[in-house]
Ligand binder design. Sequence first.
Ligand code: HEM
Length: 552
Amino acid sequence: MNPTNVNINMNVDRMTSSLPSNHPAAGDDVLFPDVYVLEILLAILAFLLIHSLRQKKRRGLPEWPVVGMLPSLIGAVRNNIYEWVSDVLRRQNGTFHFRGPWFSNLKCVVTSDPRNLEHLLKTKFPNFPKGQYFRSTVRDLLGDGIFNADDDTWQRQRKIASIEFHSSKFRQLTVESLVELVHARLLPVLEDCSAKATHIDLQDILLRLTFDNVCMIAFGVDPGCLRPGLPVIPFARAFEDATEATVLRFVTPTFIWKSMRCLNVGIERRLKESIKSVNEFAEHVIRTRKEEMLDLRDAHDTKTERSDLLTVFMRLRDESGKAYSDEFLRDICVNFILAGRDTSSVALSWFFWLLDKHPEVEDKIVAEICRIIRERGDCGAKISGDVIFRAEEVKKMEYLQAAISEALRLYPSVPVDHKEVVEDDVFPDGTILKKGTKVVYAIYAMGRTEGIWGKDCREYKPERWLRDGRFMSESAYKFTAFNGGPRLCLGKDFAYYQMKFAAAAIVYRYRVKVVEGHPVEPKLALTMYMKYGLKVNLIKRNESELQEHFKT
Ligand code: HEM
């Protein structure tokens, strides 16, 4: 007798002993309950078989009583959830309903259809805000900042920030801060690693670069994450911890994280502490900036005035003529740091990984950079490594722009985004949307959709972005890496400039070689980090290699 039978019989014995003696099973026939159990098992098996055949016929996700489609999701999370969503969307012609367990938040419509995206992000924009669920989940960290606001609060910040982002003073700030960060900080760290022939985590280095950069733009303060020795910076650490803990709320039932917050325990306690550190840092910067502005005003000095976002918002007045509160100023800065801290660095990490697999693309980028330097007319003197690209040269790097866009198409920094339906609506593909429904748009899946990009959609081909050698942008509803419509990424131009400037500085000097056998896969987070970072070796380009490009 196998051990399973022993167990069943033991349980049955216990059951039968409590039955009245005239019950047919109460006597000596212990085999009868085994048949009973067998029948139940067979019934379950038949149910599962019929159910799965029905689901297969519908080509949809299997949906079970109570747990809904959760079993499929659990399987997907253990592998690559983005590939899984892409596959389901391909089978369901671009849109499907996901229903999680009863009484959970996991209910939404998922789409990758560009017609639906245009409807959602532009045509019916007011009907699809971020929504109450999102706002209440991230409010502790983001307050009323642009990322978390809808309606008037959002519109006001968007308008002011948009004017600022397009001002010449701001552009100058971004150009200068990047020269400083790349040449005085990034390249020395890379040079050290190349000289010692040790490998580094390029993703970590790039994250430090963009964190310092966005803090300089938002706060006018350089936290100094990217320095030799790669120090741990308390503010950067607190910011990272706060973001990670906030993201966890999305996969935790609301009543659980709210109870934990109330009791101040576990991850919610750590979140509270991290937010406190972020706030203390922000309050300190705001306080000292106020003092600095007063000093400048007293000295009638307008020349040394800063042009970071914090200073811009501090000079403005709200609709009732009052200065913005410190709390609101904090929200503005924290939101911009969140928006710009890791999106560009993560995109660059995937770009360098793709480049390692496509040396022909790398050659073309080096050739383009060398051609642009040659146009200066003093190339011989500039090959040696101290080249600093000028803003107009970075603009001319169109092949590089195509190569970065292609990386973003396949590995968008924000792989999925979401909205909430205000009033009942219907998508252009016929999907019915009930008020309150959450809509998820699958940006990663869009890059892998043949109907959008053709049969070679999974291949890395920067040429698809070029017409007669010039970079051609795509509709935001096909290429949604930067979102679209009124909420199009405000930092898009800046991000391209930043990524091109940093990538050109690196590619021109080094061949970035991914360490053999290093595993590369996306992490499950709001931003598509590489789960294990990007371990690389940097091989310095020699002059003769660059001279070859200068000749061609
Ligand atoms: C490769 C780099 C970047 C990518 C792929 C990217 C992508 C996105 C996406 C998808 C959104 C929409 C998010 C949402 O509403 O849920 C967004 C919004 C935004 N991004 Fe970016 N972003 C990048 C870099 C930056 C940078 C460097 C900054 C600023 C320094 C920035 C500032 C913003 C802001 C302020 C918003 C909010 C716009 C609004 O809601 O009106 N982004 N970005």
